[in-house]
Design a protein around this ligand. Structure first.
Ligand code: GLA
Ligand code: ZN
Length: 703
């Protein structure tokens, strides 16, 4: 197999931002100053040209590259790298006028206006040809330019189009998948409500009453995006085979199965805006951010990934656009590095003077220079990242626990009416994030993997709310358990097959009743304010926890009952069960347990298996990052309060002030400590003062 080009970092963590020189072409002094400011902020790289199509091709077939030539040359001369973007995320007005069919059509059949962005038809051959052509021009001209380090393909590719072209392509896709109409009607259970199709042309792109259609449509749209991306990448690979290609992903975005996308990318990159908020429970958001970072690590298959966009301060699109409190930004950046990121890029370098995002945080404010709090902080972050160079090149070690995130299961669950939707309709992601957090709170490290992963090296595999389960996947998981693994499944497991048809013979299907030693007869949905008591010895001295939202009524069929419902008419019915299976076991948690209950379950499981658990106060997290030339241990206080911890005899550095500390120390709110190859920097991050008698003097600092 051909070796894919790798991330250009090698010896350093890349640091930079989206940069839009095309907005400032009338002001060359600004452009000159930008490079100077970038150097002062320890920037290594910038993504350029993301929304520049009209600046590059003002008329059909007329290309203007002089401004980009100048920027590329200036970057090369300054030792800066360019992530050169292809401009497909926003199409020129002249093109939309000439070819209205490149504009997206909504579910209501109306074609959108040309404005906005991220709104092309992914099927349109005209648009695909135009994209191929501009990319070819860019690749021919810059493919060997010394500043070029990476292709940044499009931007946040997403969304769906319901035009006639897409509809016809959908029908072709369905023919490929199902063969003939009879098979499709059987797979879709079409006799229901008289939905039997007698001609392909009758099949709509949207009908929420046909829940199998909904899932196939999402699969199709995802495939269209992937082939759109392949079309974009082809000319780039032709003219610059050694330059890696990425496109910026959006975490757990709904309509995009990134496990498929990752297969065609050289490097995985993500946009991430955690909207921290500085609330009492913000530490949970930080753990959720760890979930997203772990997902990226999983998508990258063990290689380093890039944080392609994050906010250097506040965003402008939240309901409450809060400034990040002292420590938060630094911590968010280091958190990504600890989780395997080899690049930290911001949206955006310089605030635009006008337009929709003029108030979005940027490294350079409207004031224009380096004299802002945000600039100074970003420059300190950049300088500190330089000292983390030895960490680049390799990601953290494999964790003992794998957690399966599966877009197809999510689509099937979301498309099914019932059982009870989550606050955003997405119970699969909710369950995955909650179980991830519980595992981390139990002191266990977690990898996020796809359903197709090789599970054999993991001590525990957790599959939260794996609602849709194909027979073959169920067998693979069962084989993993019987070979000595521990498979943990939760409520909403194994209800439907790949066509969103319920498994017959009792849940969990297919064949999993025997593996888990239970029958999930029916499910109860609770009002938002209702709780069901759950009792069991694993829940510590209190011996109980509560369940919310979804509670299954389960019968043990050979499994050992670990916890039962203690209220409601089904009091006494099993909710947490363990079953021996081959040389391993299978565990089932048949309700949405509150956090403490879930944590207790994983603590007792880990202790039983003899797994190492990090025993830290709630909200304090340790993460080890391996690198090509070293290894570092990060210790984060995700909470807004000082927390006392004992770090033992090892010396840690508090990144915010470069002080070293050991033994019993008090972590400041949002504190970040590092131990390992990393030298302590002399920095001046804004801080929330907290006194600690155990701090030592600041250490001497290598620069
Ligand atoms: C997205 C986009 C960027 C910008 C940011 C703002 O991630 O890719 O162009 O709009 O959001 O947060
Ligand atoms: Zn379309």
């Amino acid at each position: 197999m051909k070796r894919r080009p790798r991330l250009p970092s090698c010896e350093r963590i890349l640091y930079g931002a989206d940069y839009n020189p095309d907005q400032w072409l009338d002001d060359p002094a600004v452009l000159r100053e930008d490079v100077d400011l970038m150097r002062r902020a320890h920037v290594t790289s910038a993504s350029i040209g993301i929304f520049s199509w009209t600046a590059l091709e003002p008329e059909p077939g007329v290309f203007v590259f002089d401004w980009l030539d100048a920027i590329m040359d200036r970057f090369a001369a300054s030792g800066l790298s360019v992530f050169l973007a292809t401009p497909s995320a926003s199409k020129p007005f002249w093109m939309s006028e000439r070819h209205p069919e490149i504009r997206r059509v909504g579910r209501d059949g109306r074609r959108e206006a040309s404005g906005g962005r991220h709104n092309h038809c992914p099927t349109s051959p005209v648009y695909r040809a135009a994209v191929h052509r501009i990319n070819r021009e860019l690749a021919q001209r810059y493919g060997r330019h010394p500043a070029l380090a990476l292709w940044h393909v499009g931007n946040e590719l997403q969304g769906e189009c319901h035009c006639d072209l897409c509809k016809t392509a959908f029908h072709d896709w369905l023919r490929q998948r199902h063969g003939d109409l009879d098979s499709l009607n059987r797979a879709w259970w079409s006799a229901f409500w008289n939905h039997t199709f007698t001609d392909w042309s009758q099949i709509p792109t949207h009908d929420p009453s046909i829940d199998a259609l909904a899932v196939d449509w999402l699969r199709f749209v995802n495939d269209q995006h992937v082939s759109f991306l392949e079309n974009e990448i082809a000319p780039l690979r032709e003219f610059s085979p050694d330059v890696p290609c990425t496109t910026n992903l959006m975490g757990t975005n709904r309509g995009t199965d990134y496990w498929r996308w990752a297969r065609i990318l050289d490097v995985v990159s993500n946009d991430h805006y955690p909207l921290h908020g500085d609330r009492e429970d913000s530490w949970r958001k930080s753990l959720s951010a760890d979930f997203t970072h772990s997902l990226m690590r999983g998508l990258a298959g063990g290689a380093p990934w890039m944080l392609m966009e994050c906010a250097p301060s506040s965003v402008n699109w939240g309901q409450v656009n809060k400034l990040k409190r002292p420590g938060v930004h630094l911590q968010e950046v280091l958190q990504a590095v600890a989780n395997g990121a080899d690049a930290i890029h911001y949206f955006q370098w310089r605030k635009s003077r006008g337009g929709f995002e003029k108030f979005h945080g940027a490294v350079v404010d409207h004031e224009g220079g380096s004299n802002s709090r945000v600039f100074r902080e970003c420059a300190e972050v950049g300088r500190f990242l330089r000292s983390l160079g030895p960490l680049a090149g390799i990601t953290p070690e494999r964790a003992p626990v794998a957690l399966v995130y599966d877009w197809e299961a999510r689509w099937a669950l979301e498309s099914s009416a019932g059982p009870k939707k989550g606050s955003n309709g997405d119970r699969h992601t909710e369950a995955c994030v909650e179980h991830f957090r519980a595992l981390r709170l139990a002191g266990l490290d977690v990898d996020i993997v796809s359903v197709d992963a090789d599970f054999s090296a993991y001590s525990i595999v957790v599959t939260p709310a794996l609602f849709a389960l194909a027979g073959e996947t169920a067998q693979r998981l069962a084989r993993y358990a019987s070979a000595g693994g521990v498979w943990v499944a939760t409520y909403l497991t194994g209800y439907v097959d790949e066509h969103n048809r319920c498994w017959l013979g009792g849940f969990p299907g297919p064949g999993l009743r025997e593996v888990f030693g239970l029958w999930n007869e029916e499910f109860d949905c609770l009002h938002d304010d209702e709780r069901v008591r759950v009792i069991g010895e694993i829940f510590g001295s209190a011996g109980e926890t509560v369940a919310t939202e979804i509670v299954e009524r389960i019968h043990a069929e050979g499994a050992r009952v670990v916890a039962t419902a203690a209220s409601e008419f089904y009091a006494g019915s099993p909710l947490v069960l363990r079953n021996a299976w081959g040389s391993g076991s299978a565990a089932y948690i048949g309700a949405r347990l509150e956090e403490n209950g879930c944590v207790a379950f994983y603590e007792s499981l880990a202790d039983e298996l003899g797994l190492h658990r990090d025993r830290l106060p709630r909200g304090v997290v340790r993460k080890t990052r391996l690198g090509a030339d070293g290894c570092a241990e990060f210790l984060f206080n995700y909470t807004r309060h000082p927390v006392a911890v004992d770090v033992g005899e090892d010396t840690y550095f508090r990144v915010a002030d470069g002080r070293s500390c050991r033994g019993k120390i008090t972590l400041r709110p949002y504190d970040s400590l590092v131990k390992g190859v990393v030298p302590a920097p002399s920095v001046s991050f804004p801080q929330t003062p907290v006194s600690s008698s155990h701090e030592l003097a600041p250490s001497p600092l290598p620069r």
